[in-house]
Write a protein of this length. Sequence first.
Length: 293
Amino acid sequence: MVRSMTGFGRGNYNESGKEFTVEIKSVNHRYIDFYIKLPRQIAYLEERVREVVSKSIFRGKVDIFISFEDRSEDSKNVMLDEALAGAYIQAVESLKDKYGLKDDISVSLVSRFPDVLRIEKTEDDEEQLWGILYKALEAAVDSLVQMREKEGNELRMSLLQKADYMENIISQITNRSPEVVIEYKQKLENRIKELLNQQTVDENRLAMEVAIFADRCGIDEELVRLGSHLLQLRDILSIKKQPVGRKLDFLVQEINREINTIGSKSNDIVITKNVLELKSETEKIREQIQNIE
């Protein structure tokens, strides 16, 4: 399951005048890290949000933004403080009697006194709110996953192309490696002839020197392991049901180790150039898998 760790998803759901909008964005991260921002009045739903998202997102820094609007008819109630209204009326009547004022006490007058009428929000039903939020959250997660999978597939195709290229280079090194020993033998033989001014050399001694060189510079095992690692890379990229980013992280380390060993043993300019090319491609692969879940 090759998924990018970068993506964005948005979901919206409205029911009975209660509307949730969920936006999720994610970027690459070594582990899984959630940041959830939601209105204070529904803060108690944060853990449920985390549980839902963590079933689909396994790696990355994930920012979740939730907004809520309640336009339902029963969302607010107007409350009358009868005791306070009575106290206001009593005070006004006392003022009227004491100073002989005109009696103009009315409903509109009393209702304008502070705190006589106040608006109180009705308490929301947690399960009802969660049911609405869940649908918006589900839509946002699905959208995010689709984007991550699309980008992940593009990364997968790019990595497979790089594996093809590296296998071609390995084939070139494999073909070149025996020629290096043959060329070394010829150079050594010519040098001995020059130094000793002889037309013939000790074949046994020459064979021994060539054998030592071949053993010291032999890269057959490294080439086999490197080829095996690239086959394993293909196998990992074909996995369908679990994240593969960490496996690829480890595998690239092993690939790089074999290439470094080949480079250290190389005593040939052609192979050295090929090793540098392998290093360049490996670094490109390493950079790309940093964004794979």
